[in-house]
Design a protein around this ligand. Structure first.
Ligand code: H79
Length: 423
């Protein structure tokens, strides 16, 4: 007989620790924001941002008929990027379930002409490619009455009835949906919660929710985008549009709240998470690669987002970025996968990763002739180009300064990877 209360303090099982160790070295995942909001082509926050009423928004599922969706094509694209896992939006803030949910008929099978269980197709296709699957699940809800009273968002959305507020029922609804997701789709490697910040003072009953998840699937890694220090029962810590502790967004997690769990930063290839037809902030390959390399320099994974179109296609330039990463990782993967980071703080100019007695020095700013790195606490015995073909001049000075001469005629527009051997 299981206790409904979480064991306190939370003691992760052996399977869970093993999965954390896998996650910690995985370094690249693909985030997918896809839902009925994609039909609008105005990002995943369109319901809130355009103050769409419930009746208006309820028209969107009628247009969700992604005739070009091919889960196998997606999975093969993700595989070619070098990603080790995906995180899919099973349900975003609009409450729409992308699977055959019994707890709510507001789902892809019952409410769209497509009628197919997207989660099922995606899970099966990714599994066939050896890609692990995590589920994004929103805590915040812009549709259900039982979620009320209002949090910080969603007030302009017409059609909800505050007299039907019922927090206990809402929590039970989430448990029912999470149970479906963790019972009907085989092994799931993580649950990625978002939206806590809408009601930071609510009793989210994480003790019950997290213990339910770990009871159903002990290896399932729990992360929660609450922008706070990790809470009891969580297995990894995520940083939205941020590097760990940098908090450039202002609503993120500052350095004081970075914990000792495996880390993941998430960011977009486009300017938005969900498909935005007017997107004018498309990232170059260099920007995307620098994000991956800096994340690894912090010892963190990068969860890189694509926002598929309503027809089920992923935009060509987003596909290109993924394939370019994969091509790069085929050559330089040893400097990313399975490395440690966090021993020297990355900058826009450089990032360092480490495996055994090899330190990989990533030069991100190709204008530099010399790189000067402070706080280097280890002694090195050699410095070479990535292929070992050319010895580099370096000096280790007092105050832990490392100075490395950047070789001439060795150019890589995006990231020049150098190798240091640690004594
Ligand atoms: O799913 C993607 C986004 O839709 C969701 N998380 C990613 C992964 C997300 N949207 N916004 N945010 C996360 C951060 C929200 C910040 C704000 Fe606020 C909401 C700023 C103003 C309203 C938090 C709540 C800070 C003030 C109120």
């Amino acid at each position: 007989v299981f206790s409904l209360k979480a064991q306190s303090p939370y003691v992760p099982t052996a399977e869970n620790l093993e999965n954390r160790a896998w996650f910690d070295q995985a370094k690249l995942g693909v985030f997918i924001h896809w839902g009925v909001y994609s039909v609008m082509g105005d990002g995943e926050w369109v319901m809130n941002n355009q103050n769409m009423g419930l009746a208006e928004y309820a028209l969107l599922p009628k247009f969700f008929n992604p005739i070009d969706f091919d889960a196998k094509k997606w999975a093969s694209l993700f595989k070619s990027s070098g990603a080790q896992y995906i995180t899919f939006t099973t349900r975003h803030h609009d409450s729409f379930a992308m699977w055959d949910s019994k707890a709510s008929d507001y789902n892809v099978v019952q409410a769209t002409p497509f009628k197919k269980d997207i989660v099922k197709e995606l899970v099966e296709a990714c599994r066939a490619e050896g890609i692990k699957v995590m589920f994004y699940y929103s805590l915040l809800d812009w549709k259900r009455d039982d979620y009320l009273p209002y949090g910080r968002t969603g007030r302009g959305i017409a059609g909800r009835d505050e007299s039907k507020a019922d927090w206990g029922r809402y929590i039970q609804f989430m448990k029912d949906q999470l149970t479906e997701l963790l019972t009907n789709y085989g092994r799931i490697d993580g649950i990625w919660f978002d939206g806590d910040w809408d009601k930071p003072d609510a009793d989210w009953r994480y003790d019950e929710i997290y213990s339910l998840i770990h009871r159903l699937q002990p290896q399932c890694l729990i992360g929660n985008n609450h922008h706070l220090a990790p809470k009891e029962g969580e297995d990894f810590q995520m940083f939205e549009r941020d590097l760990p502790g940098e908090n450039v967004t202002g609503y993120g997690t500052d350095a004081a709240h970075v914990g000792g769990l495996p880390k993941e930063v998430c960011g977009t290839i486009a300017g938005s998470w969900g498909f935005d037809i007017k997107d004018r902030k498309q990232k170059s390959f260099k920007e995307v690669l620098s994000y991956l390399v800096k994340a690894a320099g912090y010892g963190s994974n990068l969860l890189l987002n694509v926002g598929p179109m309503p027809n089920g296609e992923i935009q060509d330039y987003q596909q290109d970025r993924l394939r370019q990463l994969g091509e790069w990782l085929k050559v330089y993967g040893e400097s990313i996968y399975g490395t440690e980071g966090g021993f020297v703080k990355p900058t826009d100019d450089y990032a360092l990763t480490k495996k055994g007695n090899t330190v990989y020095l990533h030069i991100l700013n190709k204008e530099m002739k010399t790189v000067i790195i402070p706080e280097v606490k280890f002694k090195i015995s050699s410095a070479t180009t990535f292929d070992g073909g050319k010895k580099l001049t370096y000096h280790q000075l007092e105050k832990d300064l490392l100075v490395v001469q950047i070789p001439e005629n060795v150019t890589d527009e995006n990231d020049l990877v150098l190798k240091l051997t640690v004594k």
